[in-house]
Design a protein around this ligand. Structure first.
Ligand code: GDP
Ligand code: ZN
Length: 443
């Protein structure tokens, strides 16, 4: 029998409401000891008085949300105490709940219980964490799709197909006289199909991971082309110092923004020009590092002054890097003699929508469709998928041998095991521990 656990589910600090969550066989008994509610017969919300266990001193008036097993997040009896959002009060209340018999929950323990009760699979567990940390429309939509079970369903479906082949092979091996061998053609068709699915999932996982983590976009250009202005225009608020003196942005400046629903970290780099100034030199070095690691570089040119020798150097430096070329100050002029250049104006906002669309296109996120495709966004899931694909390749080789039925089974078992780890249908404690290690307390 599980012990009853409790934790504050809302973040520390002051707010309108805070929640202390209790889950386990004694959840109702614990709540009855510190509140005026004595009956916990069905899922309901009850107004109540909350008091200290021993002195019965009133602490607050609140609401109890009552969830009877198995109709709760964890599958156990759950009570959520809604109290006023003072962190001091909430902690006091938690102390009373612990005195009344509950144990302090570990990070992620509620969700772990939900997993162990079969309410969520591991892909959904990871989606819970992703939903909590989502900071953009796209990453939130993605997490919600995973929470709905798009990855889970797909992986379970493929795993089911492998189990089916495996059972046919094992039946044929066990009863060679009664049951016909499944033909290599039939098995090959199934394996090839799975191979395609794996490849597609792996390809789309690059998009999933980018959506989840956000893209780093570095702005580069010679001084005064309007990098800082563009940085601000994209941020839609003034975070960078905009100035008419060249070389003011000495160090890289970073800020988070959303571009068409994608979380991006914009980096306004210090530029790349040769300099003797020690501080500026450092900035230039950092700029170079940013330009090497960014998901996308925006090379900013000045439409008013046209392409200069320094601009050519920058283009040369960026060769081979994912980049978009931008001619800023199109309100003054549109003539910049550089191929594939997008005219914009940081000042008037002209073409910033076009630039946003081009950014998503360049990052290969223009045609993201959550209803059609599955974008795996967990490195763990991706790694396991890669392993499954590797075993699958070996399985296809094994199929070409004469005694293919004998050699195939262990390979197929390997794939089934790996896919089972993705969803948690067959998984080691170690993997479970690792996943829950990153959770917050109260979830
Ligand atoms: P940086 O050195 O590349 O970061 O350039 P800044 O953003 O500091 O801008 C340099 C100068 O160009 C400032 O005086 C800005 O007001 C001006 N500027 C920036 N963008 C535009 C634009 O789109 N149109 C016009 N007319 N001026 C701009
Ligand atoms: Zn600047």
């Amino acid at each position: 029998m599980n012990k009853t656990i409790a934790a504050i589910a809302t973040p520390p600090g002051t707010g309108g409401v805070a929640i202390v969550r209790i889950s386990g066989p004694d959840a109702f008994a614990v709540a009855a000891k510190i509140s005026s509610v004595k009956k916990f017969d069905k899922n309901t919300i009850k107004p109540c008085v909350l008091f200290e266990l021993n002195t019965k001193t009133v602490l607050d008036k609140g609401l109890l949300s009552v969830f009877k097993a198995p109709n709760s997040y964890t599958g156990e009896n759950v009570v959520e105490i809604n109290c006023h959002g003072s962190y001091y009060l909430t902690q006091k209340l938690l102390t009373e709940v612990l005195k009344a018999g509950a144990h302090l929950a570990e990070a992620g323990e509620f969700t772990k219980r939900a997993f162990l009760a079969g309410k969520l699979d591991l892909t959904q567990v990871e989606a819970v964490a992703d939903t909590i940390s989502a900071g953009s429309d796209l990453s939130l939509n993605l997490a919600l799709r995973h929470l709905e079970g798009d990855v889970q369903q797909k992986i379970r479906q493929i795993r089911g197909e492998f189990l089916q082949i495996l059972s046919e092979i094992e039946a044929a091996l066990d009863y060679p006289d009664e049951i016909a061998d499944p033909s290599p053609e039939k098995i090959r068709a199934l394996l090839k199909n799975a191979q395609k699915t794996f490849a597609q999932l792996l390809e789309d996982s690059a998009r999933g991971l980018l959506i989840k983590s956000g893209a780093v976009i570095a702005l580069v250009g010679r001084p005064n082309t309007g990098k800082s202005s563009l940085f601000n225009a994209l941020l839609k608020h003034n975070k960078a110092i905009v100035t008419a003196t060249p070389g003011t942005t000495r160090d890289a400046l970073e800020a988070e923004a959303q571009i068409n629903g994608l979380r991006v970290t914009l980096v306004d780099t210090a530029g790349l020009r040769e300099t003797q100034d020690a501080v500026e030199k450092l900035g230039v070095e950092r700029s170079r590092a940013h330009l090497q690691t960014a998901d996308l570089v925006l090379a900013v040119f000045d439409a008013a002054s046209g392409a200069a020798a320094e601009d050519r150097k920058i283009l040369e430096y960026l060769r081979g890097r994912p980049q978009l070329r931008v001619a800023n100050k199109m309100d003054l002029s549109e003539k910049v003699d550089i191929p594939d250049i997008i005219p914009v104006s940081a000042k008037t906002g002209q073409n910033l929508d076009l630039l946003a669309a081009k950014i998503l296109e360049k990052l290969d996120l223009r045609r993201v469709d959550f209803s059609k495709n599955i974008y795996i966004s967990s490195l763990r899931q991706k790694d396991q998928l890669i392993r499954a694909a590797q075993i699958l390749a070996k399985t296809l080789d094994a199929l070409e041998t004469v005694d293919y039925l004998d050699v195939l089974a262990p390979h197929l078992q390997g794939i089934v095991a790996v896919l089972g780890e993705i969803t948690g249908d067959a998984v080691s404690d170690e993997i479970i521990e690792q996943i829950f290690a990153n959770f917050c307390v109260g979830k």
